[in-house]
Design a protein around this ligand. Structure first.
Ligand SMILES: Cc1cc2nc3c(=O)[nH]c(=O)nc-3n(C[C@H](O)[C@H](O)[C@H](O)COP(=O)(O)O)c2cc1C
Length: 251
């Protein structure tokens, strides 16, 4: 990892759709911006579920949030907000909602281990154990980022199709991913979690989220207990990409 210094701040510039906007320049952001090769960051950004409770410095957290804001969204409407939860009582409240949801999920997941090879089952058991640790200690992460979205501000081009709509999420999850990548650059562990959507009404009440807004992800972030980041396992390009027609070999 390399560190580059930059002492400049973003400059305010006009407004758009009634909201104040700022131009984003390469001089923007931070007192002490951390950088990492982008491909290295993406290929080692694994779910880090064991996190230390040590606080995250304000400037580090601000860079993570700024990176989220750089994400694209339909019509540049940025129809999302994030509640940065640091309050111990609120984190405990989220933990009490998350833990039983994880237990239900992991029970079903554990049942699938019987159908896996011994190697794969051993790996997935470790993932479940890390998930158990996260669920039990959800409130011990120094920060929980609760991503909220406003469906009324979204360009949802697939809303009327006869299948589950996914396009709206495309105006929020790039921001979530940018935050994850910034965490990676800052040496912070993190993971997307979505199980709390099952308890959205309670989450909204706890965090006083207005009725028109939904929640789509909660990202616990904190410095990793041990190594944290490392190589990830994904399918090969040849399995995922097709040339000119669906199913046609790309290679
Ligand atoms: C949409 C989405 C929802 C997820 N929800 C959860 C969750 O609720 N709890 C959790 O521990 N991990 C969650 N994850 C993390 C995935 O389990 C993880 O990214 C995946 O298993 C790959 O692991 P890796 O990123 O460490 O390679 C979620 C990831 C995504 C993209």
């Amino acid at each position: 990892m390399r560190c580059a210094r930059s002492a400049h701040r973003v400059s305010p510039a006009g407004s758009h759709c009634g909201r104040t906007r700022e131009n984003v320049s390469k001089e923007s952001v931070s007192k002490e911006m951390t950088s990492i090769d982008l491909y290295e960051a993406m290929s080692t950004l694994r779910a880090v579920r064991r996190q230390r409770p040590d606080p995250i410095p304000d400037d580090v957290l601000e860079r993570v949030l700024e990176a989220a804001i750089w994400a694209p969204s339909g019509g540049n409407l940025q129809p999302w907000r994030v509640v940065v939860v640091k309050d111990p009582a609120k984190k405990q409240g989220l933990r009490d909602l998350y833990q039983p949801e994880w237990q239900t999920f992991s029970k079903g997941y554990a049942e699938r281990l019987n159908h896996m090879s011994a190697d794969e089952a051993a790996k997935q058991s470790r993932v479940i154990a890390a998930g158990d640790t996260l669920a039990e200690n959800f409130d011990q992460s120094p920060v929980l980022l609760v991503f909220c979205f406003h469906p009324g501000l979204m360009a949802i081009t697939d809303l009327k199709l006869d299948r589950p709509s996914v396009v709206g999420g495309g105006s929020v999850f790039p921001a979530v991913q940018n935050a994850l990548l910034a965490c990676r650059a800052e040496g912070l562990g993190c993971t997307i979690t979505t199980l709390l959507c099952h308890r959205e009404a309670e989450v909204k009440e706890l965090l006083e989220i207005p009725a028109a807004w939904g929640t789509c992800a909660v990202v616990p972030i904190g410095y990793p207990v041990s190594g944290g980041h490392g190589p990830i396992k994904r399918r090969r390009v040849s399995e995922m990409a097709y040339l000119d027609e669906f199913g046609a070999s790309y290679e």
